[in-house]
Design a protein. Structure first.
Length: 502
């Protein structure tokens, strides 16, 4: 895999670097071992990539390429060992694989009793997680072990394997139930229901399902996702917020949340904050943002790195739509100083684009362009999907028009239409209409007095959907055009449109 070592090192979190340093402290600081740590620090701190000839000379002044490649492979192996040791306790499924590995080691050592003990421990966790595929592997290992020692009765594990087939039939039934529930819930119009829980009960009763099965956490989490997706599709965020609030409390009371369902808990709180935001209930979001911050730290930060961006995102959205842009900017600038985020390119883009849009809302065009340029001229921009490259490029053109750089805007529009807008979809059709208007604006001395341009703008505004926060448009195209026609700042119009959308 090309650039495997570079990407591996640059993707390490602070904690992972710290653990690797502890792991590497066992090395004798001589010869290759010293070079190993030098190579690590050159790539991490000085941003060399592993194929840079200057890096080869730094580590091997005699340009020993074979020695360098061996050193690279050794470093990859040591980092992987360090990561495996750090993360094996974070996830119970990972612990099963660790126990299976230990069982295999003790089997090689002819310590069959110890091998069997590790397999028994792995079996307990797999049963708890209802991980039937791994259980099948564990029982296979027991049967293999029985061939080497009479202390293990293979009949026990043969019978257990047979029971797995019965369990598999139950799982198939479970999946059939999920399909029925999903189909029926999607047909239910929750928006017309005064009591969503009562509607749910009637829906499930009509399916004549086993009550014990319906009350299981797995089914309940699945139902929660089905209802959530249905209400999001209907854009009934107020009802969604009420439903998630009640359901979260119920799941807490029934003790559905534990280590194995911790990710479900994080996602549920995140969706609740999102629903409260989109239904303009910011008086309630603060408590749930604080709750999300607390929950992310549970179980030694099991999913902290994966979902911390959600916490920052929801906080910034709250500040933005409660007319506190300075607080949002302050938080983003703080995140920009966090060196651990430098290698997370999506996070980096999120911070810069939000800073650009917030400075635009404050009518500071130069600062907005500064932060946007940091993305446009970085390697991160090239990693984005064509859709998001287009969104950011259009935002840049809007800023250029604001700063009266008409020639640049015109040239950039031609480039976008040639490279990015050559496909057909409803979203691209909207972008093409908007960029066509921008092109006309860039080439007309007094565009907002021109009747043809005003007619194009009027048609675009009429055909545009109602304002919705969280769309892919960095700055809403409809509101931006309205701000020009009305000669009003964009940000107050956006806040007004958001309140009216509720």
């Amino acid at each position: 895999m090309r650039y495997q070592l570079t990407q591996l090192i640059q993707g390490l979190s602070k904690e992972e670097v710290r653990i690797f340093k502890i792991h590497s402290s066992r090395f004798n600081q001589k010869g290759k071992e010293k070079k190993l740590l030098l190579l690590f620090d050159y790539i991490r701190k000085e941003k060399y990539d592993e194929y840079d000839d200057k890096l080869l000379v730094k580590v091997f002044p005699d340009k020993n390429k074979n020695g360098y490649y061996r050193l690279k492979n050794r470093l990859i192996e040591e980092i992987e060992i360090s990561l495996a040791q750090l993360h094996r306790k974070k996830d119970e499924e990972s612990k099963i694989y660790h126990l299976l590995h230990l069982a295999k080691i003790f089997s090689y050592k002819v310590h069959y009793k110890q091998a069997a003990n590790y397999l028994k421990e792995a079996e307990k966790i797999a049963i708890k997680l209802e991980h039937y595929e791994i259980l099948n592997i564990i029982y296979k290992k027991f049967i293999e072990l029985s061939r080497a020692t009479s202390a293990i009765n293979p009949n026990i594990y043969i019978e257990k394997r047979n029971q797995l087939f019965t369990q598999k039939a139950k799982v198939q039934h479970f999946e059939d139930v999920l399909a029925k529930v999903n189909h029926q819930l999607r047909r239910t119009n929750f928006s017309k229901s005064p009591d969503i829980h009562e509607t749910l009960k009637k829906t499930l009763d009509a399916l004549s399902l086993d009550q014990q099965l319906v009350e299981s956490p797995k089914i309940q989490f699945f139902i929660n996702r089905c209802v959530r997706d249905t209400l999001v599709q209907q854009k009934d965020f107020k009802l969604l917020a009420n439903y998630l609030t009640e359901t979260y409390k119920e799941f807490e009371q029934r003790k559905f949340f534990n280590r194995s369902t911790h990710e479900e808990k994080i996602i549920m709180i995140s969706w609740l904050i999102n629903a409260l935001t989109k239904s303009n209930q910011f008086d309630k979001t603060k408590n749930y943002i604080e709750l999300l911050s607390k929950v992310l730290k549970e179980f030694n930060g099991l999913f902290y790195d994966k979902y911390i961006w959600l916490l920052h995102q929801t906080t910034i959205i709250t500040y933005t739509y409660t007319n506190q842009p300075d607080k949002a900017i302050q938080l983003l600038l703080k995140l920009l100083q966090d060196k651990s985020l430098e290698t997370l390119y999506l996070y980096n883009i999120f911070v810069h684009v939000n800073l650009a849009s917030l400075y635009y809302c404050k009518n500071d065009i130069n600062q907005a362009l500064t932060y946007l340029a940091a993305i446009l001229f970085s390697d991160h921009y090239k990693k984005l999907s064509p859709e998001w490259q287009t969104n950011i490029a259009i935002f840049e053109i809007m800023l250029r028009l604001e700063s009266a750089d008409f020639q640049y805007a015109s040239n950039r529009l031609s480039e976008i239409n040639r490279k990015m807008l050559n496909k057909s979809s409803s979203d691209l059709k909207r972008k093409k209409c908007f960029t066509y208007i921008l092109k006309k604006i860039s080439k007309t001395p007094r565009p907002y007095k021109d009747k043809k341009i005003l007619a194009l703008i009027d048609d675009f505004i009429t055909d545009s959907p109602e304002y919705e926060p969280g769309s892919n448009e960095v700055v809403n195209y409809k509101l931006w055009l309205e701000s020009k026609i009305l000669k009003q700042p964009y940000y107050p119009l956006m806040l007004k449109a958001f309140r009216q959308a509720d």
